[in-house]
Ligand binder design. Structure first.
Ligand SMILES: [Zn+2]
Length: 67
Protein backbone atom coordinates (compact mmCIF):
# COMPACT_ATOMS: atom_id res chain seq x y z
CA UNK A 1 0.00 0.00 0.00
CA UNK A 2 2.87 2.40 -0.68
CA UNK A 3 1.76 4.30 -3.73
CA UNK A 4 3.52 7.55 -3.04
CA UNK A 5 6.95 8.08 -4.60
CA UNK A 6 10.09 7.66 -2.62
CA UNK A 7 10.56 10.91 -0.75
CA UNK A 8 13.80 11.81 0.90
CA UNK A 9 15.37 14.88 2.39
CA UNK A 10 16.96 17.08 -0.28
CA UNK A 11 19.11 20.11 0.25
CA UNK A 12 17.95 23.05 -1.81
CA UNK A 13 20.55 25.69 -2.46
CA UNK A 14 19.75 29.18 -3.61
CA UNK A 15 22.18 30.45 -6.22
CA UNK A 16 21.42 34.08 -5.44
CA UNK A 17 21.97 34.35 -1.71
CA UNK A 18 23.48 30.97 -0.96
CA UNK A 19 20.84 29.99 1.52
CA UNK A 20 20.30 26.29 1.93
CA UNK A 21 17.33 24.51 3.34
CA UNK A 22 15.98 21.01 3.29
CA UNK A 23 12.74 19.80 1.84
CA UNK A 24 11.29 16.42 1.15
CA UNK A 25 11.34 15.61 -2.53
CA UNK A 26 11.96 12.85 -4.98
CA UNK A 27 14.68 14.85 -6.66
CA UNK A 28 18.33 14.27 -5.86
CA UNK A 29 19.53 17.84 -5.75
CA UNK A 30 17.71 21.11 -6.22
CA UNK A 31 19.04 24.58 -6.84
CA UNK A 32 16.92 27.67 -7.21
CA UNK A 33 17.58 31.16 -8.49
CA UNK A 34 15.60 32.93 -5.82
CA UNK A 35 14.31 31.69 -2.50
CA UNK A 36 12.06 33.06 0.19
CA UNK A 37 15.16 34.55 1.75
CA UNK A 38 16.13 36.85 -1.09
CA UNK A 39 13.08 37.13 -3.31
CA UNK A 40 11.98 40.78 -3.68
CA UNK A 41 8.46 39.92 -2.66
CA UNK A 42 9.79 38.87 0.72
CA UNK A 43 12.65 41.27 1.19
CA UNK A 44 10.69 44.32 0.08
CA UNK A 45 13.62 45.41 -2.02
CA UNK A 46 11.80 45.12 -5.28
CA UNK A 47 12.75 46.59 -8.63
CA UNK A 48 16.46 45.98 -8.43
CA UNK A 49 16.04 42.65 -10.15
CA UNK A 50 13.70 43.66 -12.95
CA UNK A 51 14.21 47.33 -13.67
CA UNK A 52 17.70 47.26 -15.08
CA UNK A 53 17.41 49.11 -18.35
CA UNK A 54 14.09 50.51 -19.40
CA UNK A 55 13.04 52.31 -16.26
CA UNK A 56 16.53 53.50 -15.63
CA UNK A 57 16.71 54.98 -19.10
CA UNK A 58 13.29 56.57 -18.64
CA UNK A 59 14.35 58.22 -15.40
CA UNK A 60 17.50 59.56 -17.01
CA UNK A 61 15.51 61.00 -19.90
CA UNK A 62 13.04 62.55 -17.50
CA UNK A 63 15.86 64.13 -15.52
CA UNK A 64 17.25 65.65 -18.71
CA UNK A 65 13.86 66.99 -19.69
CA UNK A 66 13.34 68.61 -16.30
CA UNK A 67 16.69 70.32 -16.34
ZN1 LIG B 1 17.97 33.11 -1.88
Amino acid sequence: MTQHPNLHLVEVRCSSCGAAFGIRSTAETISVDVCSNCHPAYTGQARTLTSGGRIERFNRRRALAAA
